[in-house]
Design a protein. Structure first.
Length: 209
C-alpha cells in the first residue's frame, strides 16, 4: 500500500508524539498507583495528583492520536478520521474529568455531589467508552495497513476491550472495589495501557520503512 510522503516536519511531529506516548504510558502507570491508594483512603494530595495525571494524560494523548491518524490514514482516510475524532473526544473527556476532579480536590464544594456522575463524562463514557471504540477502529487500521507490528495491534485490542469492560462496569456495578472492576482496572492500568502507549511511542519515534 502506497504511503503519503513524509516531510521533515512530519517526522519531527511523530518523534514528539512518540515521546508523548511514552509519557502517557508512564503517567498512566502512576495514575493507576494513585487510584489504588485512593481506594485505600488516601488524602486530598493523592486525589489531586491522580486528577493531574488524568488531565495531562488526556491532553498528551491527543498528540499521539494525531500521529497515529497520520500514519494510518492511507489505509482508509474516512475510517481513520472517524477513529481520530472519537479518540480526541475521549481524550478531551478524560482531560475535562481530570480537571473537574482536580478543582474539587483543591476546593471541595461541600454539596455532597461526589457520588454523582460527572456531567461531561458520566461513568467514564468518554474516558473509557468512546476511547474503546476509537481504539478498536485504530486496531483495525493497523491490521489493514501493516504500518505497525501486528503485536501492537493485539495489545491495542486488549486495551480497547478492557476499556469497554471498565465503562460497562462503572455504569452497571458502580462500586470501584468490585473484584471484576478491580481486576480489569489493574490489568489495564498496570500492564496493557502502559505497554500500548510505550510501544506505540517507540514505533512512532522509529523511521517508517
Amino acid at each position: 500500500m502506497s504511503q503519503t510522503p513524509r516531510t521533515e516536519e512530519d517526522r519531527a511531529f511523530e518523534v514528539f508524539a512518540g515521546w508523548c506516548a511514552i509519557a502517557v504510558g508512564a503517567g498512566g502507570l502512576v495514575y493507576s498507583i494513585t487510584f489504588v491508594t485512593i481506594l485505600r483512603g488516601a488524602g486530598r494530595v493523592t486525589v489531586g495528583a491522580n486528577s493531574v495525571f488524568l488531565l495531562l494524560g488526556g491532553l498528551l494523548s491527543t498528540v499521539v492520536l494525531v500521529a497515529l491518524y497520520r500514519r494510518l490514514r492511507d489505509a482508509s482516510p474516512p475510517f481513520a478520521l472517524w477513529a481520530l475524532l472519537l479518540g480526541v473526544i475521549g481524550a478531551a473527556g478524560a482531560a475535562i474529568h481530570g480537571g473537574y476532579n482536580l478543582a474539587n480536590s483543591i476546593n471541595p464544594p461541600g454539596l455532597g455531589l461526589a457520588e454523582l456522575p460527572n456531567a461531561i463524562d458520566p461513568r467514564g463514557l468518554l474516558t473509557f467508552g468512546v476511547t474503546a471504540i476509537s481504539f478498536f477502529a485504530f486496531v483495525l487500521l493497523i491490521f489493514r495497513s501493516g504500518a505497525f507490528p501486528r503485536g501492537l495491534a493485539y495489545v491495542g485490542y486488549a486495551a480497547a476491550s478492557l476499556s469497554l469492560v471498565l465503562y460497562l462496569g462503572r455504569l452497571v456495578i458502580l462500586d470501584p472495589k468490585h473484584p471484576l472492576l478491580l481486576a480489569a482496572a489493574a490489568l489495564a492500568g498496570f500492564v496493557v495501557n502502559p505497554a500500548w502507549y510505550i510501544w506505540l511511542g517507540i514505533e512512532l519515534r522509529r523511521e517508517p520503512e
